[in-house]
Design a protein around this ligand. Structure first.
Ligand code: IVH
Length: 670
């Protein structure tokens, strides 16, 4: 096939995939099966790999994200990002309506929309391409999170139809409830703090330094405000409809209302209907439709006079606080749980509510027996938002956070800057031991089938296992007599234990349950320290040098291996035959970079940072994190940090672009 034909074929395939993406993510109306879609995407990936000369950063294959520098560039908003006046009262909606009527002194329409509860974003499009995506920040300037936004499938990277050459569109980035639940489940498994609600999860995700992790979190979006010098229409509603034809996800929950009655119909309808939506909403936004009328009404310092947000009351119930119990998790975090007199709240009976930590209890000044307000917002677990102090009797005792672990009696500790109390007795506190063993055998760790919650509890109670190394000494005769088990189950468990000796090294690191070491961090550690001995000896500084590993994780790893008990555990695992080293690394391809020290900086389009690191090592070079007189050259991507750029220039160190580097290496191969 001639090269131009190939290029045409690649372009055609990209267009086709973009159209399927739009049908799936924006219209919620898939046009082909997931399988067929995957096949097309794979075909495009392999063609792009075979013909890198047709690389396009806007290709649908590039949405998976790449590596990025450590901090975000700031961008000043061309139009400041204002907020909206808020109200919870229908009376104030009427007042808003009457105020507008008086001020305009003529007929007007009000567009009603849902108020989405996520992270606000401003997208700038130039010549039909996404040029930048900026967070609200302080309203005047925000963070440039373009690389992360590019991973959101419902945000078009390239537009279709008849769009202005330059405009901004604002909206909300959202984490669907289902993704939020899954993410928190994973976080709990990794012993990481949970996100309180989908809004925090969405804004936290936008600030991640690793776009591939952002991609994995499947964020969604709704756009609701168009700005620019050449807009297609003179009304907000028509502008939204035009934006829809360009490819944006504009909610169908939008109505142009001619009267207050129509506005209240909309408000009341969505009060219940919004519960069926996959994303969080917390009210209705009312906007004067005509842009000229909007300009006449003008702005206050903080918000426009032509719009108002009506917020729904979170559902609330009043019930009695019977007691507070304290749960100790796998990582030793102690979570207070309120035990309530059962009460009906938005269709479910609530018996328990999370109290999160000691500060929350103190802030509420809780007493046992108090009548408390329970609310269900975007969170899954209801929370206590207030106390009816009038109903308090003098005899009711104050809730005091315990000083000792309710499970093992150890004195609790609280780290600076952290709200949670921890039981430090990580190796001997029963729920922590059982939690660590359960984590060790879980699917993404050692994947030992048959050892569930109950069996582990039984083995622990019978003193057959007290840590993860004990698992490898279990015999059929230990397991078979346990309740609900038997010879056959025991045999299966022992087989599973034997098979786990083949589990790869990165999974083993994850399985150890070191605080903050989730699956991804474990992979990075395994790569940087290919044997457990190297990891055991790694210093804080060496750990921080590893991509994506900050001080908190590094310290946790150092602390883990500093304990003699853990070192002994590892040597017992080693003796049992667990894989505690990486497979052989591929040998050197060339000596092209022999004796050279390379610093990688910035964002790359064709390969990830890790891939470039590998290429440097495979060609005999050394990677370094900081520029010094010893640096041979900087492999420089886009958005290289200003401090690094400055230093490289001062020291006269050459900047090599991604393409130059790839050419350099390709020549060597020839
Ligand atoms: S319009 C100048 N429409 O609520 C007004 N905002 O409290 C521009 N929001 O900053 C905003 N849904 O983050 C608008 N349909 C909607 C919205 C909406 C959610 C958020 C947005 C805004 C905040 C104001």
């Amino acid at each position: 096939m001639a090269n131009t034909d190939i290029e045409q074929q690649i372009i055609k395939l990209r267009k086709e995939i973009e159209a399927h993406n739009h049908a799936y993510y924006v219209d919620n109306n898939p046009t082909i099966s997931d399988f067929e879609f995957d096949m097309r995407l794979k075909q495009l990936e392999s063609m792009e790999k075979a013909y890198p000369e047709y690389f396009d950063k806007n290709s649908p294959t590039q949405r998976v994200g790449s590596d990025l520098t450590k901090s975000f560039k700031q961008i000043v908003h061309q139009y400041p990002m204002l907020s909206l006046a808020n109200t919870y009262s229908e009376g104030e909606v009427t007042e808003f309506y009457n105020r507008v009527r008086k001020s305009l002194n003529t007929d007007f329409d009000v567009v009603c929309e849902l108020k989405y509860d996520g992270a606000s974003i401003s997208l700038i499009y130039e010549n039909g391409e996404l040029a930048a995506a900026v967070t609200r920040g302080d309203g005047v300037r925000g963070d440039d999170v373009t690389a992360n936004i590019r991973t959101i499938q419902s945000i078009p990277i390239r537009l279709c139809g008849d769009f202005p050459s330059r405009f901004e569109i604002r909206g909300e980035v959202l984490m669907p409830f289902a993704v939020f639940d899954e993410l928190n489940r994973e976080k709990a498994e990794n012993g990481e703090p949970l996100f309180a609600n989908p809004r925090n999860a969405a804004s936290g995700t936008l600030k991640l330094q690793n776009p591939s992790e952002v991609a994995r979190r499947r964020l969604d979006s709704y756009l609701y405000y168009l700005l620019g010098e050449e807009l297609p229409a003179e009304t907000h509603y028509d502008n939204m409809m035009a934006a829809k034809t360009w490819g944006f996800k504009i909610s169908n929950a939008i109505r142009c209302c001619r009267s207050l009655d129509e506005i209240f119909d909309f408000i009341r309808y969505w009060d219940t209907e919004r519960r069926n939506l996959p994303v969080a909403t917390d009210g209705i936004v009312l906007k004067v439709n005509d842009l000229r009328q909007q300009r006449n009404l003008g702005l206050t310092a903080k918000s426009p006079r032509w719009a108002i947000a009506y917020k729904y009351q979170a559902e609330r119930a009043l019930t009695r606080l019977n007691s507070v119990s304290y749960q100790v998790g796998r990582t030793g975090a102690v979570t207070p749980i309120a035990n309530l007199e059962p009460v009906l709240l938005s269709g479910t009976t609530v018996k328990r509510a999370s109290l999160h930590n000691a500060d929350i209890i103190a802030g509420l000044d809780l007493h046992i027996g108090d009548m408390v307000f329970v609310e269900k917002g975007g969170e899954i677990i209801p929370k206590i938002t207030g106390v009816d102090t009038e109903a308090r009797e003098a005899y009711m005792p104050k809730v005091v956070f315990p000083q000792c672990c309710p499970e093992c009696g150890s004195a609790l500790v609280r780290n600076e800057d952290e709200a949670a109390h921890y039981c430090p007795n990580e190796d001997h506190c029963p729920p922590q031991i059982k939690g660590k063993i359960l984590h060790f055998v879980s699917r993404k760790a050692m994947d030992i089938i048959g050892l569930g919650d109950e069996t582990i509890a039984l083995l622990f109670e019978k003193s057959l296992v007290g840590n993860v190394a004990d698992i490898y000494e279990l015999k059929i005769s230990d397991i078979a007599p346990l309740e609900r088990l038997g010879e056959k189950s025991a045999q299966n468990i022992v087989d599973g234990i034997e098979a786990s000796k083949q589990i790869p090294y990165p999974n083993v690191i994850f399985a150890l349950g070191i605080r903050y070491v989730g699956e991804t961090v474990a992979k990075r550690l395994a790569k940087a320290f290919p044997s457990i001995e190297q990891l055991e000896e790694a210093t804080l500084e060496q750990l921080i040098q590893v991509d994506e590993i900050g001080e908190v994780i590094a310290r946790s790893v150092v602390d883990y291996f500093a304990k003699e008990e853990h070192r002994q555990l590892i040597s017992r695992l080693k003796a049992a035959g667990i894989r505690l080293a990486a497979d052989e690394q591929p040998g050197h391809i060339s000596a092209l970079l022999e004796g050279k020290t390379v610093v990688i900086s910035g964002v790359f389009a064709k390969h990830s940072r890790d891939e470039y690191k590998d290429m440097i090592e495979q060609n005999g070079g050394k990677n370094s994190g900081s520029i010094s007189a010893k640096t041979s050259f900087v492999l420089a991507g886009d958005n290289m940090g200003p401090a690094k750029l400055d230093k490289a220039q001062k020291l006269g160190i050459r900047l090599v672009t991604e393409d130059e580097f790839l050419e350099m290496i390709a020549k060597q191969k020839d």
